[in-house]
Design a binder for this molecule. Structure first.
Ligand code: LLP
Length: 424
């Protein structure tokens, strides 16, 4: 049995990829491709390992729903006891449908609408992670209309370099997120004076794919120093500190030795008493527990290159096109004796960017055979689209050792059902 650092709950046995104990080829034969497959048992285990790391600290883990918003994934995490961080009323709707406890739900986002805020208040969520003075004023107004007081954690942008891809770094001064310590300090009296807002703490989110605790330590120090400076202007005690998400995972063969244990060890000594630590892991919980299964439609030779043309495209998984992200790609069934050859692994979409890998060496693949794209559990399905009028892929899950379809493939009728092509 062979296990891989980039696959959580998937392994090779008899030269075939398995999820739990089941050959993934059996699942793909039933559901068709492209198919997302998630191992919910692995996600629950991952959640427990995350929780274990935080046991010594008063805390609440709010899974970042944006990473994977499948109801089946949310339900598995809700059952395991997770809270949820939602970035829209749509994500809130999903979390509640999946059985989330609203008192363990937070709402984030730099552009919350009145409707987002009102939905959050109606559901009785724990708090809003607010990003500006204007948003605090709006939350106050919406809460006043409902006759309630909204709990708010203000996001500070600590201007810390997280050393990650520029598209997924969020904690630098130039970013749209949060308020700089100086701007927040100038506005704090105004926010604290809002009668329908209870300013209960401060937070940050530095970026995604972080592999050491340094940026968090720097950020927490900045937050705590900020809190000391503004304390005289606050009307309520500081009860919450949000450190965001961002723990990285392996996408390739090199194992990663950073995780929640090292993060907690680094920041726990800094934390004041009586403060509840919020965190928002997304990728860490789900990325490696998902694969995208696709079939080889064609193996095409052109100008000395071999193109492995899959039935999955950039509309299904956009990370390689958007971030030049690396994903492991392997045939689902290995055949001893077949040659190792370089492929440009591409999809059927009419864009050169519809490329999963360039000159990637793997065992020879033949038309009709299955290929697995690994580490597709985070920001895969949740970022997919119907570009080229390609229906959204099906999703299957493995839970308690058995598999089931979690989302049927979108039909062509569903693709167009909300359109009104002619005047009626
Ligand atoms: N909290 C906030 C406020 C966030 O904006 C994010 C991610 C998270 C938590 C979760 O971060 P994680 O633990 O998953 O790193 N689409 C990109 C990643 C974008 C991340 C956006 N925010 C990708 O595919 O790499």
């Amino acid at each position: 049995m062979e296990r891989f650092p980039f696959a959580d709950g998937f392994h090779d046995a008899d030269d075939a990829l398995h999820c739990g104990g089941i050959p993934v080829a059996d699942i793909a034969a039933d559901c068709g491709t492209p198919l997302y497959l998630y191992n919910l048992d692995a996600i629950a285990a991952r959640y427990r390992s995350y929780e274990d790391a935080f046991t010594e600290v008063e805390h609440l883990t709010c899974y970042a729903v944006k990473a994977n918003a499948s109801l089946a994934v949310l339900r598995a995490l809700a059952r395991a006891g997770s809270g949820f961080d939602v970035n829209s009323r749509g994500e809130l709707y999903r979390a509640l449908r999946a059985g989330a406890d609203p008192s363990r739900v937070t709402m984030t986002g730099v552009g919350k609408t009145r409707q987002d805020i009102d939905d959050g208040l109606a559901a009785g969520i724990l708090l809003f992670n607010a990003e500006s003075v204007e948003e605090c004023v709006r939350i106050d107004e919406v809460a006043r209309n409902r006759g309630v007081v909204a709990t708010v954690v203000l996001r500070i942008n600590p201007d810390v370099d997280a050393h990650t891809h520029p598209y997924i770094a969020t904690g630098l001064a130039e970013h749209k997120f949060g308020l700089s310590a100086a701007d927040a300090e100038a506005a704090i009296a105004r926010i604290a004076s809002l009668e329908h807002v209870r300013l209960a703490g401060f937070g940050m989110h530095l970026g995604s794919m972080l592999f050491d605790a340094g940026p968090w330590v720097e950020g927490v120090r900045t937050l705590l120093a900020f809190i000391e400076r503004v304390r005289p202007s606050l009307r309520h005690p500081v009860t919450h500190l949000n450190i965001g998400g961002g723990i990285g995972v392996p996408y390739g063969d090199a194992p990663v030795d950073f995780g929640p244990g090292a993060l907690v060890a680094a920041i726990a000594p800094l934390l004041p008493r009586g403060v509840r630590l919020l965190s928002e892991p997304g990728r860490f919980l789900v990325a490696n527990a998902g694969v995208l299964l696709a079939r080889a439609e064609y193996i095409k030779r052109n100008n000395q290159r071999s193109f492995l043309i899959l039935d999955a495209g950039m509309n299904d998984l956009i990370r390689p096109a958007l971030y030049e992200a690396y994903h492991e790609i392997r045939p689902v069934q290995l055949h001893p004796g077949r040659a190792i050859v370089p492929y440009d692994v591409v999809g059927p979409v009419c864009e050169s960017g519809d490329t999963f890998a360039v000159q990637r060496r793997m065992q020879e693949v033949r038309e009709g055979e299955l290929v697995a794209i690994f580490s597709a559990g985070a920001y895969g399905s949740s970022m997919s689209s119907t570009y080229n009028s390609r229906p959204l892929a099906a999703e299957a899950v493995l839970e308690n050792g058995a598999w089931r379809l979690a989302r049927a493939r979108q039909t062509l009728e569903q693709l167009t059902e909300n359109e009104h092509p002619a005047q009626e």
